[in-house]
Design a protein around this ligand. Sequence first.
Ligand code: PGA
Length: 269
Amino acid sequence: MIAWTTPGRRFSLAPTTQGVSLVRKAVIAGNWKMHMSCAEARAFADSFRGQVENLPEDRQVVIAPPYLAIPTLSEALRGTPVAIAAQNVHWDKKGAYTGMVSAPMLLEHGVTHAIVGHSEPRKYYSETDEQINLRARTAQIYGLIPILCVGESLDQREARETERVIHRQVEQGLEGIAPDRLIVAYEPIWAIGTGKSCAAEEANRICGLIRGWVGDPDVIVQYGGSVNPATIDALMAQPEIDGVLVGGASLDPVGFGRIVNYQVPVGVG
Ligand code: PGA
């Protein structure tokens, strides 16, 4: 793969199943899950600011704090290139949905991205592909970029169902979704929070399949699952991996700083 950088944009001639990409820019996202109070988010931002002062132009950084910490983090990171994501978004703009948060509420606080279909709400709150699709559609209607998470369980991988499961999640999750304002994150469930990262070559293979199924060579496809400062460079050297979704390792400003400042050898990535 050939890559070169001009200010503000990474151009890469990435061979994909669908053609050649000219515009993909890496997106490094942190998912804080149910961690970080407002005070902790402020302390994180104080330390993390310095890590993004000289952030290369070929990448974007996004952090998804808990809803309550969104205003604090958004304010504390003002003036930095860090964008703010929500960890989920409801499909309706308002209504009798106790405990939920809508897209207009998020927009009021400068949120630009929303994670949908993460394996934890799929598992703990029984979210279906149909609901996830509605969330993604609503996100796009309001101008939020959905980060659709897909991935197989260990049982599914061992039963050789990985491709079938992810294909279904992509097909159903993205029905009616515009591929140009979208991120898909390949997150094998067995790699999330386990310390067992998927091998970079295998993550690359699945990300390439996902890009082909989405049908747009420019769609951003991330890898997620136990990404850490020691694994980031090898992952980002893969041609089909355009970024990462990081859980545990995004809670440490220094470690996450190393991740967002990943280094890929010249001519690769
Ligand atoms: P992890 O989580 O990096 O802690 O494995 C990833 C995720 O759930 O997005």
